[in-house]
Design a protein around this ligand. Sequence first.
Ligand code: AR6
Length: 337
Amino acid sequence: MEIRAIQGDITKQTDVEAIVNAANESLLGGGGVDGAIHYAAGPELLKECRTLGGCKIGEAKITGAYNLPCKYIIHTVGPRWHGGDNGEGEFLNLCYKNCLEVAMQHGIRTIAFPSLSTGAFGYPVEQANWIAVGAVYGFVEKHPDQFDLIEWVCFDKNTLKYYNKEIELHQSGFYEEIDPVSKEPELIALLSEYNPEVHRYTDDGFDWLDDDGYSIIIKRDGEERMYVDYNDGEFTLGLGCWHGHYNLYRKDYEDLIKDIENTLNNALVAVTIRCDGEWFGSWKTPVSECSKKELIIQARETMHKELIEKTKRNGYQIECEFFDKTKDFTYIIDSEI
Ligand code: AR6
């Protein structure tokens, strides 16, 4: 079973039984890949399409392929991009799922997709790629042994680059989920020389933890300095005023371990900005990017417009907190007007 992306013209693919068409609701042809497929398949395709009664966004319908080298064409209608908050992702996901479902029903084992929705329908390819590749990997996981080849035939190099990137991430295990409960001993071992306190939901003040959740706290001179929690499907790392979340993907867990190690080595710094004593946000940064100039740039990136105006008038503070408290420092940024 192979999942891949190649560059080419989908109408010329000879190694698949079916190709997918990025159609519109009428199924009566159009521009882009739809136009190319109708042109290459010949007028008989349009005749068959007329009998189908159109197709809704996210659905898939199958026809013969006529003059094309493959056997079938699966027509689907991708979502038009309206900014991303209008269910575009779900519809795009449905397109891939339904095409594969139809293919499976027809015993099709090799299939080529174009980059659905990323042409005339305006879906940004850097957002369509992870939905598309995720949908295919998700389907294949649920239906193993049903396909021999699923590929994207990308018209241009840039599109190919984005699909390849996502496929590589899936193949490298980036999206594999780790078991957080089995990681508890590993985390405790990593922190063992700092006398970690481990808490569960039965402990006083920890009833916010789930049954399988845990909270590992490191104190220095009696004061909480760093913590690592697993709860509600994610890890949290806290240092001083900053905390960050890490999901259960293997790659994210590796980032968590790196961040813990860097925190313990005082190579990771928690930065907080305050204006008139009020907290306005925290983030983490490597110690190598902690010059006053760099921190001001980072601060500006996190601030909304109103806050920028306020800090210009009243000035602000940038606090840097290390695991080793003695290294903490604060920059006072005077008003800029
Ligand atoms: N082979 C492979 N990919 C192609 C080909 C080809 N021959 N031709 C274009 N592409 P689009 P959409 C790429 O616009 O965004 C039609 O008018 C193209 O570069 O074809 O889903 C329909 O009738 C892009 O990366 O599909 C609908 O009205 C990708 O295919 C509407 O466009 C998709 O671009 C559908 O829009």
